[in-house]
Structures are given as structure tokens and as C-alpha cells.
Design a protein around this ligand. Structure first.
Ligand SMILES: [Zn+2]
Ligand SMILES: [Zn+2]
Length: 212
């Protein structure tokens, strides 16, 4: 924004991890940020979802071929390295069988024991699964930009906190289940609490007193 002397900027950044539920599936978090220097505000769109990030060490061309459908090659591109994931040299953006064979031969020649490390290219333009996650983060940003603070009319009025404390249906103790959403403005101090009306009482199985 500084270099182009722009008052409006939009940027994205992603991270890869294991899924937050089982910790076993490849997961991708995407963040899209709008910086508006005219209205002095920052609005953030976010999405977490499945990642296409297969990776494996192989020692033959056949072994590599067996991996291709899991890696969703050729819709998703590949990176090839000699030895293992730590080798400093690599070939990126491999998108057809011919260049894959070339990269495989190159890596085999450079490797110590004939092993080659193959993984999905995670750069957004080479990985359509990531593109679709960035799209969803951008849709989240767009929903937030279209939500306006009732107090100061700034865009970006959104849920920032989920309050816990839904009462137990048997003993009335407060549980850890959500009871309300807190909406906050990104510009002024205005906040609004919105009660969640889908459940009025918590099941005693979720209560620390009834079911310790
Ligand atoms: Zn406001
Ligand atoms: Zn209870």
C-alpha cells in the first residue's frame, strides 16, 4: 500500500496444520484482510478447511505413480526434492507427467540413497483446494464488510465472542455450552449481545454438577 500510494489494500495469508477435531487430517487456514486507510479500519475474513497436502518419500518411479491419485495430480501440482523434506534444492510447480519424470530423475541423481521426496505444491496458484478455501475466507470477509455497526455505521460489525453458560435443565447450574454471541464494532466501542435461541436449557450430560 505504501509503495503504490494506495488507501485500500487487500492481502491473504495461509497456514497448514492438522485438523482441530481429530488432529489426523491435513488442514488449511486462510486469512484475507482488508485495510481501509480512508475509514481507518481493518476487517478480517477467515476460513479453515480440508487441505490437499499429500507428502511421501519414494524410492522408485512406480511408487511415485501409486501416489498420484491421492495427490490429485495433475489438477494439483507437485514439488520434488532429493532425499527428504529438508533437502535445500527442489523443483516446484510440476504439472504434467513429463516434467514429473524429469524432476524424479534429477532428484534421484542428487540423492544419497536413491530416495525422492514428493509433496503437493501448497502455493495458492498451484493448489485448487487452497484456492477454494481462500474463496471462502473472502466470502467471510465480504459478509463482514456488508454488516454495519448500528452505532457508527462502520462496516465490519461481527461476532467476536461466544459467551458460555447455558443453564442445566436439571439443576440450573451454568454449563460450558454457549448462551449468547457478542457482536463488536471494529471502529467504535459498541457491543451487542445476542441470545442463542436454539436451545434454552442444557442436557444434564453436559453439566459438570450432574455429570462430573
Ligand atoms: Zn461502531
Ligand atoms: Zn446439572
Amino acid at each position: 500500500m505504501e509503495l503504490s500510494d494506495s488507501m485500500l489494500g487487500i492481502a491473504s495469508e495461509g497456514a497448514f496444520d492438522n485438523d482441530p477435531y481429530t488432529g489426523m487430517l491435513p488442514w488449511n487456514y486462510e486469512l484475507v484482510v482488508l485495510i481501509d486507510d480512508i475509514r481507518k479500519l481493518e476487517v478480517i475474513g477467515f476460513f479453515g478447511g480440508h487441505a490437499q497436502s499429500t507428502s511421501r518419500q519414494v524410492s522408485s518411479w512406480d511408487e511415485l505413480n501409486a501416489l498420484l491419485s491421492e495427490a490429485q495430480f495433475t489438477t494439483h501440482q507437485l514439488v520434488v526434492r532429493p532425499d527428504d523434506e529438508y533437502h535445500p534444492e527442489c523443483r516446484k510447480g510440476i504439472k504434467d507427467l513429463e516434467s514429473l519424470k524429469e524432476a524424479f530423475d534429477w532428484a534421484t541423481n542428487l540423492s544419497k540413497k536413491g530416495n525422492v521426496f514428493v509433496e503437493n505444491d501448497l502455493r495458492a496458484h498451484t493448489n485448487p483446494t487452497r484456492m477454494s478455501n481462500i474463496l471462502k475466507a473472502t466470502q467471510d470477509l465480504s459478509r463482514k464488510m456488508n454488516s454495519v455497526c448500528p452505532e457508527c455505521e462502520s462496516p465490519g460489525f461481527w461476532i467476536t465472542e461466544r459467551k458460555k453458560g447455558l443453564p442445566c435443565s436439571s439443576c440450573e447450574a451454568l454449563t460450558n455450552l454457549p448462551i449468547a454471541n457478542v457482536w463488536s464494532c471494529v471502529k467504535c466501542a459498541y457491543k451487542k449481545e445476542e441470545m442463542l435461541l436454539d436451545q434454552i436449557k442444557a442436557d444434564p450430560s453436559k453439566c459438570d454438577y450432574c455429570n462430573p
